[in-house]
Each structure stands twice: as structure tokens, then as C-alpha cells.
Design a protein around this ligand. Structure first.
Ligand SMILES: Cc1ncc(COP(=O)(O)O)c(C=O)c1O
Length: 420
């Protein structure tokens, strides 16, 4: 992190102005959205790009008239934007409904080429979007899934145990770059290096990572990386980067007349054109927050540096404020460890849903439950109520954090039992 870069992004006020959702009120309170890890709000330029596509360029692909050619160009442009965003090549970018569907698709396509008894390693810390597809593929193709433990006290993967799961039969490790439940940022270089010792592939779930850190698939050294634009200010669309040779070779289910060339061979049926256009617009909007450099990737780097610095301040305020409230328990890595500004907590004797409902009455929107990271919740001993999750996004202010803290403090002090 270069501190001087932190000042080179749009101010918080200017950033917030782009989000119509921030004008919403609830019970007379402006709404503070801490639900970003479940899906962020959308800035106006992103919605405008979607509307512009639907109003003026809407068509199917590969035909001989202008709107079809414009659609081809828009999809090609989006592949280039996401190649810059992820650090790969445009012909390695695959679009799909969401991360889970894309991963289901990849898991089947790869597993079809493996032998019975081959192995896949997943982790307890992962969202089940990066577990279930591999479990399903294992069931269908006679593979073995091994699960690496998480350490409940630190919220990290037990890397020794992870290493123990890798054998000469391991074909792939599926690891999350960051935990959507408790914010842990994983040491991916360790996971990738361990996979490589047996020639296994590394597939990375970047859904919770990409809103907080600029991905770089080359630096990570992974073979696949998947994310979802609705977590970083875009619409609901999934984006996959798959190394070109894998993309060309994997046995994707296909329709005979459809293109067999990468990346289209991995995209079954007609795509969500407007979602893809909006996803690319979200990346371009993020880049537009940077002042200075000219290339998209460089501007993204400046934006992410600036947002990271802001996020660290918010995280510190949120974490220390919550820690001071009697009865509040925090989970996951402490702020001095690699993590995102996503904080999971509980309030003594109060269900996570009760806390979330109480906060919502004051316009503070937090998610609750297991967030599909249900092995995390089990290992933390929090089944069935789960956690309250407060995630800071690019539009989060210190004042909003303070409102969240006051709401939790009021609930903790005035006896949660009476409220819920
Ligand atoms: C870390 C993580 N992985 C995977 C997913 C699943 O993503 P999608 O909803 O795009 O299938 C989510 C969604 O919340 C997530 O947070």
C-alpha cells in the first residue's frame, strides 16, 4: 500500500452521490447498507449502462445487422474489461449466471476427464458455492473429496491439515480467497504452492475478495478464479477466468451448433447481455474513482489502494467499537491480520435475526445467518442462528459505523430478551 495513492481517489461524498439507494430512508433514518458481502448497491452509471444496452443495442449475437454487431462488440469489450480486472486475457473470460452455476459447470467439465478415485480438496472456511459443485462432481464421477479444517479461534484455514489432505491422487484444490462470513483473507500462495507439489490445479473463489482487493490471477498462479459482479457494484452476473489451455480442453456440455472455441465453448446458451454490460460498467466505474493513471488496470490499482485504506479505518472503528460493548463477541481474524472489512459478531442471549431486525428499525441493514458458509458457522458453534454480518463497502461512512455501534450497544444494554 502506497499511502500517497490513498488520496488519489474520489472523496467519500462524491462516491456516495453515485448511489441512488443512499437516498432511501427507513423509519425516518437514512439507510446504512452493511449488507455488501451479500450484494452491494449499484451506482447510477452502471444502471445507465444496462438501460442504454436494453434501449438501444439489444439483440442476439453474431448476426448481420447493427444491434447484433453492437452486442458482439459490447460482449467483447466486457471480456477485455474483465481481463484487465482479473489480470488475465480476454479469451479466458467466461460469463455465467453467478459464481455457483459457473463453478458447477467447471467442476463437471473437469471431473469428466479425471479417473475414479481421484481427489479434490475443499475447505471448511469456504462458501458452499466452492464446495457443493466439487462434492456433486465427486458423487457423479466417483471422486473423493477431502476437507481441510478451519481453526475456529483464528478464523483461518489450518494449513497443516490442508497439506495433509493433498496426496498423489489430488487433481484440484478449491479455495476461497476471502471468507464471506468472517472476512479472513487466505494465504493463497500457500494453497497454490501445495497443490503444485503434486501437479494439482488450484481453483479460487474470489467472490468476497474481488470487492476488496484487485485480483491478479497471474500473481496468484491459480488455474481458475471466479467472482460475481453484484458484490462489487454491478448487476447479478458471474465471471470466470479459466487458464486458456484448460478452457480449451475441459469437457463442457455443449450444443452441436454452438461455438466450440474458447471462451464461448464454456458459455451454454444465450448470455445475460445487459448483466455483462453492467458488470463491465461496474469495473469501469471503480476505475473512474481514481485520479491519475490512464490504463484501466492502473486506475483500478489506485482505486483499490484508496478503498483499502478507507476500509481499514472503518474496520478498526467497527471492530474496536463492537469489542467494547458487553456481551458482543467477534469472530474471525483480528484487524491486524489479513482480512476484509467484513465483521461477524453475536450479541449474548440474542439471536442474530433479532439483532438484524433491531438494527433495521434504525435504518441499519446487516445480514444474519450462515451466508451459505455453513461449515464456518458449525465450527464456530453458532448453528442454527449464525452470525450478524456487517460489511463495509465503498460508500460506508464513519457516521454509519457509529450508528451501527449505538444500535448494538442499545440492544446489548437494554436487554435483548425483551426485544426478541
Ligand atoms: C465467498 C462467496 N463465494 C461464493 C458465493 C456464491 O456466489 P453466487 O451468488 O454468485 O453464486 C458467495 C455469495 O455470497 C460468496 O460470498
Amino acid at each position: 500500500m502506497k499511502p500517497h495513492q490513498a488520496t488519489r481517489i474520489a472523496s467519500l461524498d462524491r462516491t456516495r452521490q453515485a448511489f441512488p439507494a443512499l437516498t432511501r430512508e427507513d423509519n425516518g433514518h437514512p439507510v446504512a447498507y452493511f449488507d455488501g458481502p451479500g450484494g452491494t448497491q449499484v451506482p447510477r452509471p452502471v444502471a445507465d449502462a444496462i438501460v442504454d444496452y436494453l434501449y438501444h443495442h439489444n439483440a442476439n449475437t453474431h448476426w448481420a445487422y447493427p444491434t447484433s454487431a453492437e452486442t458482439d462488440a459490447a460482449l467483447e469489450h466486457a471480456r477485455e474489461v474483465f481481463a484487465d480486472f482479473l489480470g488475465g486475457r480476454a479469451d479466458e473470460i467466461v460469463f455465467g449466471a453467478n459464481m455457483t452455476v459457473l463453478t458447477m459447470h467447471v467442476a463437471r467439465a473437469l471431473a469428466r476427464g479425471w479417473a475414479r478415485g481421484d481427489e479434490i480438496v475443499v475447505t471448511e472456511l469456504d462458501h458452499h458455492g466452492n464446495v457443493a459443485p466439487w462434492v456433486e462432481a465427486a458423487r457423479d464421477f466417483g471422486l473423493v473429496v477431502r476437507t481441510a479444517r478451519m481453526i475456529p479461534e483464528t478464523g483461518q484455514v489450518d494449513w497443516d491439515h490442508f497439506g495433509d489432505q493433498i496426496t498423489s491422487r489430488t487433481r484440484l484444490v478449491a479455495v476461497g480467497a476471502a471468507s464471506n462470513a468472517i472476512g479472513t483473507v487466505n494465504d493463497l500462495s500457500r494453497a497454490v504452492a501445495r497443490a503444485r507439489t503434486v501437479g494439482a490445479l488450484a481453483f479460487v473463489d474470489g467472490v468476497h475478495f474481488a470487492p476488496h482487493a484487485l485480483p491478479d490471477v497471474g500473481a496468484l498462479g491459480c488455474d481458475g478464479f471466479v467472482c460475481s459482479a453484484y458484490k462489487f457494484y454491478g448487476p447479478h452476473v458471474g465471471v470466470l477466468w479459466l487458464r486458456r489451455d484448460l478452457l480449451a480442453a475441459a469437457d463442457f456440455p455443449r450444443l452441436i451448433p454452438a461455438s466450440h472455441d474458447p471462451p464461448e465453448r464454456a458459455e451454454t446458451g444465450t448470455l445475460n447481455h445487459e448483466g455483462i454490460v453492467g458488470g463491465a460498467a461496474a469495473v469501469e466505474w471503480l476505475a473512474s474513482l481514481a485520479e491519475g493513471p490512464t490504463s484501466l488496470r492502473e486506475r483500478l490499482a489506485v482505486t483499490y489502494d484508496g478503498l483499502h485504506a478507507r476500509g481499514e479505518r472503518l474496520l478498526h472503528r467497527l471492530w474496536t467499537g463492537l469489542a467494547e460493548i458487553p456481551g458482543v463477541r467477534l469472530y474471525g481474524p483480528t484487524p491486524d491480520r489479513p482480512r476484509t472489512p467484513t465483521v461477524g459478531f453475536t450479541v449474548a442471549d440474542t439471536s442474530s435475526e433479532t439483532v438484524a431486525r433491531h438494527l433495521a428499525e434504525t435504518g441499519v441493514y446487516c445480514s444474519h445467518g450462515d451466508f451459505y458458509a455453513h461449515t464456518v458457522i458449525e465450527r464456530l458453534g453458532l448453528h442454527p442462528h449464525g452470525l450478524v454480518r456487517a460489511g463495509c463497502a465503498c460508500y460506508t461512512s464513519e457516521e454509519e459505523v457509529d450508528r451501527l455501534l449505538s444500535g448494538v450497544a442499545a440492544l446489548a444494554t437494554h436487554g435483548a430478551g425483551s426485544i426478541g
